[in-house]
Design a protein around this ligand. Structure first.
Ligand SMILES: Nc1ncnc2c1ncn2[C@@H]1O[C@H](COP(=O)(O)OP(=O)(O)OP(=O)(O)O)[C@@H](O)[C@H]1O
Ligand SMILES: [Mg+2]
Length: 334
């Protein structure tokens, strides 16, 4: 199949509608606007992606009705990729910006730069990501929204309202959002700060700012069966009967770490992302599940918690992991 990609034009608008039932495998009679042509910045489509109904409906409402949608949940549950995969099926250009602590107001808005024009030095305003995105038919996704710096959050606040115009003060310019501009965010906390200790570097989100998100949805761990489907879809060599049985065990280990975390037994949790990489690593290491488990998850755990994790492994996989603290015993050099 050849994919024809055209350059992204500021004039383009959704020119077709698509049926949710056909495109996302969700039992819902809904048509949503889409682009008939793929253009630059449309994410690559992952045919094996498994859509979660609630999350997908929230994202679709964002695209169809220009709602500001925030997805919150534990790490590695599929928040960012859900938005990307919906965009991929609607041919909607999509850009992700990670709001880590290095992104500054100037990165988003732009700055004066000195350029050469006819051999003379002149200052020229170089637009940042935000003014550019606002004027194009793109879905802008702020990842790690709860890690953004306060100066950046106040810039974003201005465009959160649907009519939200961006005033570039030093430019004397007001930018109106393009009719097909969309805004999404993903976050690990719900803006009330980190109550679990898992998410270093996150901040509380100003309530005035939270108030402006029209839809806030949560994507946490899916039912075990759904997670097994996701892992098997991601790592096709596990799609045999025996493979599925093993993946079920792997998901059960992950589930125990989540329960252990909630009860205070463990301080780390195994995300669906880690289960996927455990399955992938196992294929790389000749189906050695135990070794793959060590390098994918066990070695990330605190030394004192490893025996507990090894016991989970034993319980779900039906075999012993061996010495859980192997390789980390301090050797005396004296
Ligand atoms: N429903 C799903 N179907 C297929 N693959 C999935 C699904 N959910 C998650 N994945 C896979 O799991 C991995 C993690 O997903 P993603 O990066 O979207 O998580 P996240 O919730 O944004 O994590 P973080 O909070 O750390 O940013 C990706 O490799 C993705 O492809
Ligand atoms: Mg993410």
């Amino acid at each position: 199949m050849t994919i024809h990609e055209t350059a992204l034009s500021a004039d383009s608008l959704p020119d077709t509608t698509v049926a949710v039932r056909d495109l996302f495998g969700i039992d819902l009679d809904l048509m949503v606007p889409a682009f008939s042509q793929r253009s630059e910045y449309v994410p690559d489509l992952d045919p094996a992606y498994q859509f979660d109904r609630g999350t997908t409906m929230a994202i679709l409402a964002g695209f169809a009705h220009n709602r500001r949608v925030m997805i919150q949940g534990y790490h590695g549950t599929g928040k960012s990729t859900h938005i990307e995969q919906v965009a991929a099926r609607l041919n909607w250009p999509c850009i992700r910006i990670n709001l880590d602590s290095h992104i500054s107001r100037i990165d988003l808005i732009g700055k004066d730069a000195i350029v050469l024009e006819d051999g003379k030095q002149v200052t020229e305003f170089r637009e940042g990501m935000l003014p550019w995105a606002l004027q194009h038919p793109v879905a802008l996704v702020f990842d790690e929204y709860d890690a953004g710096r306060p100066d950046v959050m106040f810039v974003i606040q201005r465009i959160l309202e649907v009519e939200g115009k961006l005033t570039l003060l030093d430019q004397n310019r007001v930018i109106r959002p393009h009719p097909a501009f969309r805004l999404f965010a993903t976050a690990n906390t719900i803006g009330l700060g980190d109550t679990t200790g898992l998410y270093h570097g996150t901040q509380q989100i100003n309530q005035g700012q939270m108030d402006r998100w029209n839809i806030v949805t949560t994507l946490n761990y899916l039912p075990q069966q759904a997670e097994v489907d996701i892992v098997c879809a991601r790592v096709p060599e596990w799609q045999t009967e025996e493979g599925r049985r093993l993946v079920k065990g792997m998901v059960a280990v992950a589930d125990l770490t989540r329960k252990g975390f909630i009860s205070g037994e463990l301080s780390v949790v195994m995300s669906p992302r880690t289960v996927i990489s455990w399955a992938q690593n196992a294929s790389i290491f000749g189906n050695d599940l135990a070794f793959a488990f060590r390098v994918s998850f066990l070695n990330k755990c605190d030394e004192t918690e490893r025996p507990i994790v090894a016991e989970y492994y034993q319980r779900c996989m039906g075999e012993d992991l061996g010495d859980a603290t192997r390789g980390i015993t301090m050797q005396s050099t004296g």
